[in-house]
Design a protein around this ligand. Structure first.
Ligand SMILES: [Zn+2]
Length: 248
């Protein structure tokens, strides 16, 4: 079993200008074929960007390089994108699922609350990041809601894969946001999505709470108590990708 960490969306802050991030998307070589966790922007976001992506190009600094699309990252690793059979989504904001149309035959796994928020009619400022065209190809969807497991002291939902993979419901940043936990050869790897910023000690706590939801303090404590568990968030500093290009 191998997990490849790919930066599928570089997005740097205008201020402070030294705050640079790439988006952690995972390519898991599983017994069920290749599994992608989050997609970053898709190729259409580069060729035909939505107003929302254009808005982010103004308020942040994006190299906007189509080679960062998961489709191209996977090709660069030597895999055939058609072999991606499953896509697990932490949530459905534009920068996490824009690449879904690049894998039209992949089965999409997401929490039911997130899908309901994505397809719901209620508009608020957070829902603006849901871009309907990312599901226009009508992929096969598997929706999850029932807690059936524990992972440490977190409620968890087992996904039908080997190695073991779980959703950890961490609602707040979006309605049905989940972390994704993967069993590795040596232990566990937690992709906490946009639920926290556990490597960031400069952003004020109130701002993290406002944007990412209520789980940051708990995940920081967990990281302290369990140094054996590798944790990532979605938006990570560039060196992280060099330090962890593959995990097995
Ligand atoms: Zn998000």
């Amino acid at each position: 079993m191998t997990i490849h960490l790919m930066n599928c969306f570089t997005d740097n802050a205008r201020w402070p200008s030294n705050m640079k991030t790439g988006m952690v998307c995972l390519l898991i070589e599983s017994e069920q074929g290749l599994i992608l966790v989050d997609t970053g922007l898709g190729t259409r976001d580069y060729s035909d960007p939505t107003w929302f992506t254009q808005f982010f190009r103004v308020i942040t600094v994006m190299p906007f390089d189509v080679n960062e699309a998961a489709l191209n990252r996977i090709r660069a690793l030597g895999f055939d994108p058609a072999d991606v059979k499953h896509i697990i989504l932490t949530h459905m904001h534009f920068d996490h699922c824009g690449g879904l149309p690049d894998f039209p035959h992949a089965q999409v796994h997401v929490h039911k609350r997130e899908y309901d928020a994505f397809t719901g009619k209620s508009f608020n400022w957070k829902n603006a990041a849901y871009i309907p065209r990312n599901l226009a190809h009508k992929p096969e969807l598997t929706l999850y809601e029932t807690i059936d497991s524990k992972w440490f002291d977190f409620d968890a939902i087992r996904l039908p894969f080997s190695p073991e993979i779980y959703f950890i419901p961490l609602f707040g940043h979006s309605a049905g946001h989940c972390g994704v936990v993967i069993k590795t050869n040596d232990g566990w790897f937690l992709h906490a999505g946009d639920s926290s910023a556990v490597y960031n000690d400069t952003t004020p706590k109130w701002l993290i709470h406002l944007v990412l939801g209520p789980h940051d303090a708990r995940l920081r404590k967990f990281k302290q108590d369990h140094p054996e568990v590798l944790i990532t968030n979605s938006h990570m500093f560039p060196e992280f990708f060099d330090q962890h290009s593959t995990i097995s």
